[in-house]
Design a protein around this ligand. Structure first.
Ligand code: C5P
Length: 221
């Protein structure tokens, strides 16, 4: 059982989402995918053509923190599938670099975390700035990494499974483009918190990563 917050950060394609969900399931804790929130705001920006800061202030997001059914609703409509499309993936890093967007979403993330802590006592939160900005006093901070090649392979397998096709080369280019944007933005860039434990998933399968993280939770719990 988990008391408190596990912060799971890292670039895309490290298997972060799958690991975070499964970890939350094993620990019977809540689960929050903060990337889904940036994606939902990006979807709203693309649909309305509005200014990101204004869209983030007015969009009504509802997140389920149940690891067996993590959904995101935008103004009452389930957009869990739409936010994974290529248009959103292409635009999300630019939208999430806007300071007002981050401010609005970080506030909502902290509220969601506080309410999960009150109701079930623990939550696994994944993103880019969880250990550094959203939950700096998390009980455990993990920074997942993997070689660019492994990340592109993983992403393109996910794309194929979801019925989207892109070559590994295209996917690698996209993963590297997003990393560059996410780690060079002025406000809360992607970086490892000084007290985060780095886990390299290049040579590990899902079970291996999970075992490492569960051991860390145990040690701290
Ligand atoms: O995790 P995912 O790949 O779905 O995140 C999509 C994008 O959302 C990231 O590339 C990043 O630009 C942004 N993001 C962020 N901060 C977070 C989570 C995601 O800026 N905490």
């Amino acid at each position: 059982e988990l008391r408190g917050v596990v912060a799971l950060d890292g670039p895309s394609g490290t298997g972060k989402s799958t690991v975070a969900r499964r970890l939350a399931g094993s620990l019977r804790s809540g689960y929050l995918d903060t990337g889904a929130m940036y994606r939902a705001v990006t979807l709203a920006v693309l649909r309305t053509g509005g200014d990101p800061a204004a869209v983030a202030a007015s969009a009504r997001l509802e997140l389920s923190t149940d690891p067996t059914n993590p959904t995101v609703r935008l103004d009452g409509v389930d957009v869990s599938t739409d936010i994974r499309g290529p248009e959103v993936t292409l635009a999300v890093s630019a939208v999430s670099a806007v300071p007002e967007v981050r401010q609005a979403l970080v506030r909502q993330q902290r509220d969601l975390i506080a309410s999960a802590l009150r109701s079930i006592g623990g939550i696994v939160v994944e993103g880019r700035d969880i250990g550094t900005v959203v939950a700096p006093d998390a009980a455990l901070k993990v920074y997942l990494t993997a070689s660019p090649d492994a990340r592109a392979q993983r992403r393109s397998r996910q794309d194929v499974a979801a019925g989207r096709t892109a070559s590994v080369e295209e996917t690698l280019a996209d993963v590297q483009r997003r990393d560059r944007l996410d780690s060079t933005r002025a406000v809360s860039p992607l970086r490892q918190a000084s007290d985060a434990v780095e886990v390299d998933t290049t040579e590990l399968d899902l079970a291996g990563v999970l075992a490492e993280l569960l051991a860390m939770v145990d040690k701290r719990g």
